[in-house]
Design a binder for this molecule. Structure first.
Ligand code: URA
Length: 441
């Protein structure tokens, strides 16, 4: 009989766990036979000792099959999924999903909620009055077949191993580990059933992986797992050293996503979305990357992509007028301008700190059971590289609860560094990882 104690001991000394041992560990944990304290010790051992590519694949497959898996054969056409490793101001799914769907790609997407300092697509969508992300399978398929896209929460009993493990990692400081992130994300993507997967692996101060090399290692691992499971898979390594776009907070991010779909969004968000959308179209065999980019640009310019978002919102029970007229979103009753404390240039943003400040205003959850204040958030007027004068407005903080302002302002201000010299230029997309290798830009 396999004992969890022996597995912890083995991993503690850097040994490789076999397929049989990983099977016993995951089934035992999901069944409740292995307690959290033993799994916590194992997670920390994995955090320090790592896992081989083979072990990570075994772990991913075991997690993917720990519950129900989706059979998307009821949806016609090529189904392409997309997943981000998590960031601040990352509303790309709301832009690229509708672009790809408007061009005939089917997006049957299961998304998550905010985690720690990062936002979640479900929370953003639920800021649209009436919209539901909890939809039964038949209706989900119907919406994807009719509008090309639906975005819902994970249904029923999908990947219960990740639900339990993620909650445990969140409280045991074991989130930022390549094999644990790779298995968490890829188990969900494999269970969700799409034919192809585009991964947006974030790198920088607002990402779980803070360095480019760690992010590339994570991307390689995930792409290999996807390909090994018979799915087409590629990853872009994109910047999360600076929040993406200017809006951080749920309703504000929906507004910015709509502006971007109309071709009026911030330049950084627009560029990252175009590159991700081109890769989704490429994965669906719609042409070369260059041709796919031109198609994506046209879908933004001619209004077809924003119409798909409005149609999806309507099909999911939401009011599409909020997409056609984003001024309808209620503005938070309390707002405060945050000013620069010195002359100079913005030379660094602690993007994780910025995400935490938004959560403190009510845009995210500090505790798991917290309710979201959809109108809360931060609008960034100055970003990395901008020249500022003392007293310039760096950002405006929004909340429904005045009592949250002071601490959030302090957190936000401490996340900005103002230096004397202009900041070095940054890339938005660092590399593309495919089965053929790493292409650095
Ligand atoms: N997103 C996930 O779904 N899992 C992780 O481990 C990290 C980000």
């Amino acid at each position: 009989m396999i004992r969890m104690y022996d597995l912890i001991e083995k991993k503690k000394h850097g040994g490789d766990l076999s397929e049989e041992e990983i099977h016993a560990m995951i089934t035992g944990y999901v069944a409740g036979d292995i307690p959290d304290y033993q799994m916590s010790a194992m997670l920390m051992a994995i955090y320090f000792r790592g896992m081989s590519a083979q072990e990570t694949t075994y772990l991913t497959m075991e997690m993917a099959h720990s519950g129900d898996t989706a059979d998307l054969s009821g949806i016609q056409g090529i189904k392409v999924d997309k997943h981000s490793t998590g960031g601040v101001g990352d509303k790309t799914s709301l832009v690229i999903g509708p672009i790809a769907a408007s061009l005939g790609v089917k997006i049957a997407k299961m998304s998550g909620r905010g985690l720690g300092h990062t936002g979640g697509t479900l929370d953003k969508l639920e800021s649209i009055p009436g919209l539901s992300t909890s939809i039964d399978k038949d209706r989900f398929f119907e919406i994807v077949n009719e509008t090309g896209i639906a975005i819902i929460g994970q249904t029923g009993n999908m990947v219960p191993a990740d639900k339990k493990l993620y909650a445990l990692r969140d409280v045991t400081a074991t989130v930022d580990s390549v094999p644990l992130i790779a298995s968490s994300i890829m188990s969900k993507k494999l269970a969700a059933g799409s034919d192809a997967i585009v991964l947006d692996v974030k790198t920088g101060s607002g990402a779980f992986m803070k360095t480019l090399e760690d992010s590339i290692a994570l991307a390689k691992e995930m792409v290999a797992i996807g390909n090994g499971a018979g799915r087409r898979c590629c990853a872009l390594i994109t910047d999360m050293d600076v929040p993406l776009g200017r809006a951080v907070g749920n309703a504000m991010e929906v507004t910015e996503a709509v502006q971007t779909l109309r071709g009026q969004g911030p330049a950084d968000l627009t560029e990252v979305c175009l590159q991700l959308a081109s890769n989704m179209l490429f994965m669906a065999e719609r042409g070369t990357i260059g041709e796919c980019r031109a198609m994506a640009e046209r879908a933004m310019a001619d209004g077809s992509a924003v119409k798909v978002l409005a149609d999806m919102v309507k099909a999911q029970g939401g009011d599409p007028d909020y997409i056609y007229d984003t001024d309808r979103f209620a503005q938070a009753p309390v707002k405060r301008e945050v000013q620069a404390t010195a002359d100079g240039y913005i030379t660094h943003i602690d993007t994780e700190g910025c995400g935490i400040a938004a959560a403190m205003l009510g845009a995210g959850r500090i505790k798991k059971e917290d309710a979201i204040d959809y109108s809360a958030g931060i609008y960034l007027h100055k970003k990395y590289g901008d020249a500022v004068k003392k007293g310039d407005v760096l950002a405006v903080l929004y909340t429904s609860d005045e009592g949250r302002l002071a601490a959030a302002e302090e957190k936000f201000l401490s996340s900005y560094t103002i230096g004397d010299a202009p900041a070095a230029e940054k890339r938005l997309v660092y590399a593309r990882v495919t089965a053929d290798g790493v292409e650095r830009f």
